[in-house]
Write a protein that binds this ligand. Structure first.
Ligand code: ASP
Length: 376
């Protein structure tokens, strides 16, 4: 990447900014060599995301976290950078959990949710159940920038997007998402209108059997992208975008577009976002909780684990627990604080994406439980 400090200069500048020693000397190095990394508060910039943020490239050369980090450290607005990053995943037909090619609802219609929050501007925007637009994160940003509202849903959100010049498509399914939906229909008990509980369980079991058969990977039955970043000035933003729970009841909205649940940002304090079973997260508004815990001084990892513990303790519904009494679903939190510390935390082992000056990588999350239900 052009205009970057080498690692030694970067560390020296960061240390000087933290200790206040020889600031003017270091500042001149920073100015001469890396105007975009003016480390006023000693924050090392970082972008974190769900693991799909470092898996998909939509036919290009870079992943979501790499692009967002590059744009951010080149001086672009943090939220613009993060949204450009998640656009890669929204547009990539191979990711069946986000945007174009996201797994559809029970009627076979792809309905998308997204939210974004701009820390320094203290503004947010979101859309839910929006159809026909590949990049709902960009519509959420327009809601934030151009309206007095936070959340537009369904047809209203689509009309708004149309007025803003977005292309509306009849169908965001890809051959793959349509094939998988048809397979789900085939496996679902056709006696849909019996006991609603049985119907829900039939759908869930059909989905899980497709996971077990390797047709969908577990991360994409649930699946979303959350991406959060902090630049060298300590400015923090975040975005979450998703096609939601696979084969959801039409109209269902998950945690992703709900502030405090799928995303929460407070500038200088931190950002948190989530993927996984949205209903579990919504009960505890866990992204808000995590940011509050970070405000009280908890490390992102401890804050995330505390939120997961709360979810686990609140999961009393039998169908949502395994034989050991543990939750039988995944929830993952991505969190960073105003010092640039970060963590991915989850109910069960998985990965999350990070990009720092060292480049993009996938890291293991810290987990509440060491093994997935039914696996030792
Ligand atoms: N959290 C999303 C939702 O509940 C789905 C996911 O991340 O898997 O809509």
């Amino acid at each position: 990447m052009a205009n970057k400090l080498n690692r030694r200069e970067f560390m020296a500048a960061g240390a000087a900014a933290i200790t206040g020693v020889a600031v003017s000397d270091t500042a001149s190095i920073v100015k001469a060599q890396a105007p975009t990394l003016a480390l006023q508060r000693g924050v090392a910039p970082v972008v974190i995301a769900s693991s799909n943020g470092h898996r998909y490239k939509n036919g290009g050369d870079v992943t979501c976290v790499e692009l967002a980090f590059k744009m951010m450290t080149d001086g672009k607005d943090v939220l613009d950078s993060l949204i450009a990053g998640v656009n890669i995943v929204e547009l990539d037909p191979d990711d069946t959990s986000v945007g174009f090619g996201g797994l559809p609802n029970a009627d076979g219609v792809v309905q998308l949710d997204s939210s974004c929050m701009h820390g320094p501007k203290k503004r947010a925007g979101a859309v839910a159940c929006i159809e026909g637009i590949r990049t709902p994160s960009l519509v959420a940003q327009k809601v934030m920038d151009l309206t007095d509202h936070h959340l537009l849903v369904g047809k209203g959100a689509q009309n708004f997007a149309k007025m803003m010049g977005f292309k509306i498509e009849d169908d965001l399914n890809t051959p793959r998402s349509r094939r998988l939906w048809m397979e789900w229909k085939r496996r679902t008990d056709p006696e849909h209108w019996l006991d609603p509980e049985k119907r829900l369980m039939a759908g869930f079991k059909a989905g899980m059997s497709m996971v077990a058969d390797g047709l969908i990977d577990r991360e994409h039955y649930f699946g979303t992208i959350n991406c959060d970043g902090i630049n060298s000035k300590g400015e923090i933003c975040g975005v979450t975008t998703t096609s939601g729970l696979a084969w959801k009841i039409p109209g269902r909205v998950g945690d992703s577009p709900i502030l405090g649940a799928g995303l929460y940002v407070e500038d200088k304090i931190g950002a948190a976002g989530s993927t996984g079973r949205g209903e579990a997260n919504l009960y505890g508004l866990c992204s808000f909780l995590i940011v509050e815990l970070m405000r009280q001084g908890k490390h992102p990892k401890d804050a995330g684990l505390e939120a997961l513990r709360r979810i686990a303790n609140n999961t009393i519904d039998k169908r949502l627990r395994d034989e050991k009494g543990q939750p039988n679903f995944q929830v993952i939190f991505y969190a960073l604080n105003g010092k640039g510390e970060y963590a991915g935390t989850s109910m069960f082992p998985t990965k999350y994406a990070v990009c720092t000056e060292k480049g993009g990588e996938l890291l293991d999350t810290a987990t509440l439980f060491s093994a997935w239900p039914g696996r030792s």
